[in-house]
Ligand binder design. Sequence first.
Ligand code: ATP
Length: 363
Amino acid sequence: MAEIRTVNLTKVYGSLRAVDNLTYTFHDGKVTCLLGPSGCGKTTLLRMIAGLEFITSGKIYFGNKEVTPLPTSARNIGMVFQYPVVYRGLTVEENIALPLIKEKLDKKDIDERVDEAIKLLAIEDVRKKEAWALPSVLRQKVAVAREVARRPDIILFDEPLTNVDASSKALFKRSFKELTQKLNQTIIYVTHDQTEAMTFGDYIALTYKGKIVQYDSPRVLYGQPKEVFGGWFLGNPGMNFFEPKVEQLGNKYKITTDIFEKDIVTDLPDSAKKKMSFGIRPEHIMVRNEPIGEHSIKVKLKQKWITVGGQYLLTAQVGDIILRIKTLPEIGRDIKDEFFCYIPMDKVFAYDSEGINFKLNLN
Ligand code: ATP
């Protein structure tokens, strides 16, 4: 096991900064999911950590050891790719044993490690079968088992579920989560799928335009997005954002929006005085057909449909703002063409002109 540390790590392709000056520590013995949209630099970063990509500048350490100049073979890493790598003509257990035989380990040691990996991946039933002929989900499990059996310091996964058929994904997900909990291994897992990242990651490194915009546990990342991008990218649908009107009032600022029933008068950081926005998650907006306490606002229903788990997704208009709201089946079902929303201020996030979160002083 080893933590992975990058220092000013950069990869430039022509004028594109695919990985932009990253100084980060990926925690020892934990699963970090690199999550972000297509083209944000996840695979490039993973390949630099693996030693498969030349770096433009910066350094990489595994624990205290600098690995920047080392080739992949000297980095003691395991890798699992989008396409399951299994060797034709070999059984599952022979596939897993192959790298260990190449390393010239004792037969007893090899057998023990193969048995352990087969058990961890729950593939006992197919251990004598030819790996190549198995369905994609099992082939990928064999590829994972082979890396686990090698006991490297770090295992890197590059979107390993991409080519697993949809009906088997749930099965793989369950056993992968159990596996990582037992392994206590430093793992980096690249994905653009937020559900995978939320399920597997002890930490998520949210990546955007070559930078990591937030590195936190899934709960913190979802609950307290430090940047507009995190609020927008995570969630289904993501946060609602709206820009209030900001006016100077002596040494304070008056913030007005159609969403808040009252204006707010407060201090603002310099970065938010000209332009700011508010964000609120769709599930945090309360809705009823009648007013909710003294502070709810009246809105017009635009659309209503049922989502996963029977929850209702509503879109509603107030002034120029369209709100997306997620609500329980028993409430959503009866919502009328005009209804009331209550926005709890403790669930509202304020962002400055650069899209960075700041604390709004409400006293
Ligand atoms: P995806 O999920 O689509 O693979 P990603 O987040 O992994 O996306 P990368 O594959 O790391 O993104 O690519 C980051 C950026 O670098 C993209 O804009 C991509 O087009 C560019 N890029 C990657 N490899 C090369 C290359 N060999 N030459 C030029 N540009 C490249």
